[in-house]
Design a binder for this molecule. Structure first.
Ligand code: HEM
Length: 541
């Protein structure tokens, strides 16, 4: 077993040793043979036919034929940027990760995205936005693969294909796209009331951000942090944009879609080019890691719930600056591969059933999307920490491994690889946090604490000001107005009645339908505590 080449601590993606397009040098084939003509194919006489033996012609056309790779099954449209994360040091009280120590600067690559649309769709559609950050830390890569909305559609990953099928274009005509306004979407969210929370957030102005630079980001799930002394706490990650949170109004979004479908992509790139580097602060809400994993009646393992910041303030642990545009969209933004299981010592996952499914979904899809299991060797994905794995061969292997014994323990390759602690005392190893797993029956289904699907939606809607509430009413009216099925529209109105009678009445009026009465008893006092009920969180500064 051998240390892999090129895994150094340099910042930025590694370029291959091959010249990419040096000025002043001759055009060659992929094999390095200089060419005299790339404008005419080799023919039998000036009027042809073309000869099969023209290798340059065949190489050029064949390579072109394979230029495209499958787009991401979700989040296909994105825009990326490089930058750095500077730690304040406040996080190291609860987390041993080296990149959270005071003053440590870590290179990052961020990819923002829409969810539903294809690679060529427009930017300013009403949708959730992805906010994925790759931290190239000295202890390995840490990916924070989040969204701009703190809650998710579903509670269990087994439902992910279902919700995505409902939002993607219809199979007959491939319309509509990148909009929520169609029957299957409203059918899904009205049938699955767990989806009402996320739906309300993206029917609000959060669903049409003004700019990627003006979006919050959320890890959504609860993660576990481990302090140097082994103490654990539960955290939720938040990105806070220095420019504040701003949205478009619907008419602006429509105009931007038509006039400039690259509105967000261009805005990000131009700001960075002009030196107006966007900045976010990273913060965590911190909760005691108790056996119930609940906080103030909110189940921390339920990804459709958020914890109001009045109850658990976001405590800032660092700052991110995006200061460099990608040099090559395909090599960087398209080929980057994020994974919620890319963790570093000090950060671990929880039993959130959505997160657990994500842990195997991403690598699986990337094996198809990026053509085999070696995509971590692509420059943009290459860790900046030394790599010494026992993974061998496979499609698109670029390392030339040395040694004969890629297994552990071995007594032939000088005993290498050894495990951290057997000799390498410098780099702390990743340790799975021991956790008591209750003796339990194997079963499908959700805990009772996952059953309240409405009280937080009500809280969010009522936290908006009058103008924002009007935008929500208009968004539901417009989008549901595109839904042809009356039974679906009525079922969604029933869900709105359970959220807020005024909202339901306003939307029902626009749809020309009667407003139903609420049919769910919302245990608001228990599950949605008033914001004055503070306490229980662990201060870190
Ligand atoms: C991308 C699956 C939930 C955020 C993806 C991709 C898949 C996927 C297959 C494409 C990855 C690629 O081709 O590289 C799932 C599944 C989920 C889930 C199965 C639930 C079980 C979530 C949640 C969030 C999220 C809850 C936010 C917290 C993202 C982001 C991307 C992404 C930001 C784009 C990453 C990029 O820019 O390359 N997801 N996802 N996903 N997902 Fe999820």
């Amino acid at each position: 077993s051998t240390p892999t080449p090129e895994a150094s601590g340099e910042s930025g993606p590694k370029q291959s040793a091959r010249p990419t397009h040096p000025q002043g040098t001759a055009l060659t084939t992929s094999q390095g043979t200089p060419l005299r003509d790339t404008d005419h194919s080799l023919k039998a006489g000036p009027r042809g036919p073309i000869l099969l033996q023209d290798h340059h012609l065949r190489e050029k056309i064949t390579h072109f034929d394979h230029e495209r790779i499958p787009e991401r099954v979700v989040h296909a449209r994105g825009a990326g940027a490089h930058g750095r994360f500077i730690s304040y040091g406040t996080g190291s009280r609860i987390c041993s990760a080296g990149f959270l120590a005071e003053g440590v600067e870590t290179p990052v690559f961020v990819r923002f995205s829409t969810v539903a649309g294809s690679r060529g769709s427009a930017d300013t559609v009403r949708d959730t936005r992805g906010f994925a950050t790759k931290f190239y830390t000295e202890e390995g890569v840490f990916d924070l693969v989040g969204n701009n909305i703190p809650v998710f559609f579903i509670q269990d990953g087994i439902k992910f294909p279902d919700v995505v099928h409902s939002v993607k274009p219809h199979p007959d005509l491939e319309i509509p796209q990148a909009q929520s306004a169609h029957d299957t979407f409203w059918d899904f969210v009205s049938e699955h009331t767990q989806a009402q929370a996320h739906t309300m957030w993206f029917m609000s102005d959060r669903g049409i951000p003004r700019s990627y630079r003006m979006m919050e980001g959320f890890g959504v799930h609860t993660f576990k942090m481990v302090a140097p002394d082994g103490t654990t706490s539960l955290v939720k990650f938040h990105w806070k944009p220095r420019l504040g949170v701003h949205s478009l109004v619907w008419e602006e979004a429509l105009l931007a879609n038509g006039a400039d479908p690259d509105f967000h992509r261009r805005d990000l790139a131009e700001a960075i080019k002009a030196g107006a580097f966007p900045e976010w602060e990273l913060g965590v809400q911190v909760f005691e890691d108790n056996e119930e994993q609940m906080f103030e009646g909110i189940d921390l393992l339920d990804p459709t719930k958020f914890v109001p910041e009045e109850l658990a303030p976001v405590q800032l642990i660092g700052k991110m600056v995006l200061d460099r545009n990608p040099a090559n969209y395909f090599a960087e933004t398209e080929q980057v591969a994020f994974h919620p299981g890319h963790l570093v010592p000090g950060i671990d996952v929880t039993n959130d059933p959505l997160l657990q499914v994500r842990l195997f979904s991403y690598i699986d899809t990337q094996i198809t999307r990026l053509g085999g299991p070696n995509f971590s060797q692509l420059p943009i994905n290459l860790p900046h920490a030394p790599v010494n794995d026992m993974l061998r061969d496979g499609m698109h292997q670029t390392y030339v491994h040395e040694g004969i014994a890629p297994y552990h323990p071995n007594s032939l390759d000088g005993g290498c690889p050894f495990m951290a602690g057997e000799g390498d005392n410098i780099r702390p190893p990743f340790i799975d946090v021991p956790e008591h797993v209750a003796e339990a029956l194997k079963e499908r289904g959700n805990p009772v604490s996952f059953e309240d699907h409405f009280s937080q939606v009500t809280m969010f809607y009522r936290s908006l000001d009058t103008q924002e509430q009007l935008h929500v009413q208009q968004a539901y009216s417009f989008e549901l107005g595109k839904c042809a099925s009356e039974q679906v529209r009525k079922r969604q109105l029933q869900a709105l009645a359970n959220i807020d009678a005024g909202l339901c009445a306003a939307v029902a009026h626009e749809l020309g339908l009667p407003a139903p009465e609420a049919d769910t008893e919302v245990p608001e006092s228990e599950l949605c505590p008033s914001v004055s009920q503070m306490g229980g969180m662990w201060p870190i500064d």
